[in-house]
Design a protein around this ligand. Structure first.
Ligand SMILES: [Zn+2]
Length: 231
């Protein structure tokens, strides 16, 4: 296993959740990157057991590393659900190393899985913001957006269809009332026809005018009247 000594392959930098540890050189798979260290807390001691912070690393039932000390640069390493490193715990030596589990490229953030307990206690309540989870959230958001657009388009299409239906119904009803008025006129034609007969020239003139002006709704009743008149 290649060891990292003086020439550190990492630096602290800005990550999506605050600060993080980033590779500055290619790190080979299996490399011990950094040691996670701090005072050892003994759970049998009341004073030790009372200490509570986000950087406690439990080695076993008794010993816990308090990684909240400033010198522990490994505390900057963020959690990831699909990490590129892991915590290599040596309970007997009471030591923890962070080790690459795949090749890490310069600029890449170094992550390891903090484990189920930490995840449940600290990450699940606020939502994990690791790259894998963000990708999942992004995908879900995109899917939700696409679904909203699909539903909107569907509603619009439906509304349009209904408007067309209403229009068709209205024009049908209009045609019906026209036909009815036509029929009425036919009925009244006998009495009106005599009057119209005298103005048949006028009737023709206005028909030409309306035909020119493109009003299609008007000539029909006149046609009825006319045919009635000519019959
Ligand atoms: Zn995650």
């Amino acid at each position: 296993m290649p060891a990292i000594s003086s020439n550190k392959p990492y630096r602290v930098g800005r990550s999506r959740t605050g600060l993080g540890l980033f590779a500055t050189k290619p790190i080979k798979k299996g490399t011990k990157i950094i040691r996670y260290f701090g005072p050892l807390l003994d759970s049998k001691k009341k004073k030790d057991d009372a200490i509570e912070n986000k950087y406690l690393f439990e080695l076993n039932g008794r010993w816990t590393i308090d990684g909240s000390v400033r010198e522990n640069v490994a505390r900057y390493i963020n959690h990831a659900c699909k990490p590129n490193a892991e915590s290599d715990v040596k309970p007997r030596k009471r030591k923890v190393f962070i080790r690459a589990i795949k090749k890490i490229e310069p600029g890449e953030e170094i992550n390891y899985d903090y484990g189920t307990d930490y995840f449940k206690a600290y990450l699940k309540p606020i939502g994990c913001k690791c790259a894998a989870c963000e990708k999942k959230h992004k995908k879900k958001r995109a899917e939700a957006r696409a679904e909203r657009l699909r539903l909107k388009a569907k509603a619009e299409w439906k509304a349009q269809k209904e408007a067309e239906k209403r229009k068709a119904k209205a024009s049908k009803a209009g045609a019906k009332s026209k036909a009815e008025s036509q029929a009425k006129q036919k009925l009244n034609g006998k009495t009106n026809g005599a009057k119209l007969n005298g103005h048949s020239l006028n009737g023709h003139a206005s028909k030409i005018l309306t035909a020119r002006s493109g009003i299609s709704a008007r000539p029909r009743p006149r046609q009825g009247r006319e045919s009635r008149a000519s019959a």
